[in-house]
Write a protein that binds this ligand. Structure first.
Ligand SMILES: Cc1ncc(COP(=O)(O)O)c(C=O)c1O
Length: 485
């Protein structure tokens, strides 16, 4: 059978098929489900055998392009190879099977791991304390801005605005709004960086914070970040660093020395844990002294006798962000990753930046670069030259699948029309990078020589060109039985 014909699992259902066999119940059924909780017949119950299930999902997994197949260029998403050792550590029964309600006397190892991870992240950011509680980058942002709000309230008032450059990640304005602030957008200059005059003008004593994505979503570093911090601090504001992409400078540059007061990191981007697909994440937030009293609860503390405890008795805290302490498995992977690199962790950043710049240098003659500034961990091209032949960024992304690569991020950041945002990450070697570059070069040639080929691309994938407008306007999110199934 060709894999592209793989039907839905429901279509394999036949009455009476089962994937298990249990002995008949030989004790009295004691706990009956109350009738009001019974929903009656399950509509379209699927009856399949174990082998049906195993083969179905194995076949489906082969229909996908994934990080195990090759370079995954999705920008701002850090789709990298995550070392298996980290998975193994997270699956150790002492970690994986520990219950979040277990008493502290039984979870000392877990607490020590959290305490040590906090010390590592504190050293890497130069900031004294780190909350491990947030379970995503966006939740880390919220924690950070709520701490800023609390600190300002203590000083006299929460203030009204948060400044956000137009090159920031989209979660930043959402966070500031959610935390009760009005957002003021700052326009980038011709180099894709913050214009200091624009900042000076906007930075009043009604501004709570400047939220900067570092490096910004163009993959560009703010060279004058110390001056930026000074301008913000002079008016009593806080500099928030969105360090989701810490892999661009981890171990090489120190956020506290840049003047950053509060910064979240996406462990699921920089410090291992597969990213994407909505899987678990963790967005720890490092903070300077002024924000320490406001850390979310619980924090992890070491007792004078060397044992560890969770501390929820923090009267000035912004409160609890979630149930239990953290996304613990992600923390295990992160500490495993950090310990593997040790003092060499700056290699991660060096390789991530080198790889992005290699792609930039080898494609810059064919793909337009709106901003001519050096790239950090990702590079943003535009489709400007291909548009002359009627080909847009979405067409290029689709055609790339015929060459065996998943699409890059398209149409983001918004300040680059027709953006193609590519992040190779640090885990790719030169042969993989070259294969990707050759594919992009071949596509650029095709846009001139046979543009008509883009109309129906991709040709080689199990699902061909999809109707994206219909998918967005009329999504079918639930399978329902039909007469034929
Ligand atoms: C720069 C930046 N900030 C924030 C986030 C949000 O992180 P999360 O998706 O974990 O909420 C991302 C996500 O990719 C990001 O790239």
């Amino acid at each position: 059978m060709k894999t592209r014909d793989e039907p839905l699992i429901f279509a394999r259902s036949r009455p009476g098929k089962t994937g298990y066999s249990l002995p008949p119940l030989d004790v009295e059924e004691k706990v009956a489900i109350p009738p009001e909780l019974l929903r009656g017949e399950i509509e379209g119950e699927t009856e399949v055998s174990e082998v049906d299930v195993a083969r179905h999902f194995t076949r489906l997994s082969r229909l996908n392009l994934g990080i195990e197949d090759g370079l995954y260029p999705l920008g701002s998403c850090t789709m990298k190879h995550n070392p298996r050792i980290n998975e193994e550590m997270a699956r150790l029964p002492g970690f994986a099977a520990s219950h979040p309600c277990a008493p502290e006397s039984l979870t000392q190892g877990n607490l020590e791991l959290m305490w040590r991870l906090e010390r590592f992240l504190s050293e890497l950011t130069g900031l004294p304390r780190v909350t491990l509680t947030p379970c995503a980058g966006a939740q880390g942002e919220l924690a950070g801005i709520l701490m800023v709000r609390k600190a300002l309230e203590k000083r006299g008032g929460p203030r009204r605005y948060v400044l956000i450059p137009d090159s920031a990640h989209g979660t930043n304005p959402a966070t500031a709004t959610f935390a009760g602030y009005e957002v003021r957008e700052l326009k980038s200059n011709a180099n894709g960086r913050l214009d200091l005059h624009v900042l000076e003008e906007a930075m009043t004593d009604e501004v709570a914070a400047l939220m900067m994505t570092v490096p910004n979503t163009l993959g560009i570093f703010e060279r004058r970040i110390r001056e930026i911090a000074e301008i913000v601090h002079r008016k009593g504001g806080f500099l928030y660093g969105d360090g989701a992409n810490f892999n661009a400078f981890v171990g090489l540059a120190n956020p506290a020395a840049m003047g950053i007061d509060v910064m979240h990191m996406n462990l699921h981007k920089t410090f291992s844990t597969p990213h994407g697909g909505g899987g678990p994440g963790a967005g720890p937030v490092a903070v300077g002294e002024a924000l320490v009293p406001h850390l979310p609860i619980p924090t992890v503390e070491r007792n004078p006798d060397g044992t560890f405890r969770l501390d929820a008795d923090r009267p000035e805290s912004v409160g609890r962000l979630r149930s239990f302490s953290s996304q613990f498995g992600v923390l295990v992977r992160a500490i495993s990753y950090i310990l593997t690199y040790g003092r060499e962790i700056g290699e991660v950043a060096r390789d991530a930046v080198l790889n992005a710049n290699y792609i930039r240098a080898r494609l810059a003659d064919l793909y337009h670069l709106k901003y001519d500034a050096p790239t950090m961990h990702e590079v943003v091209f535009s489709d400007k030259r291909q548009v002359e032949h009627g080909i847009h960024n979405g067409d290029i992304a689709k055609r790339l699948m015929d060459y065996g690569f998943p699409p890059p991020t398209v149409s983001f950041p918004l300040i680059v029309a027709g953006a193609l945002m590519i992040e190779p990450t640090e885990t790719e070697g030169k042969p993989e990078l070259d294969a990707f570059i050759e594919a992009m070069r071949a596509i650029a040639r095709e846009t001139q020589e046979k543009p008509e080929i883009f109309h129906d691309a991709p040709y080689t994938t199990p699902v061909r060109r999809v109707d994206e407008v219909r998918a967005a306007k009329n999504p079918i999110l639930r399978w329902r039985p039909t007469k034929s199934s």
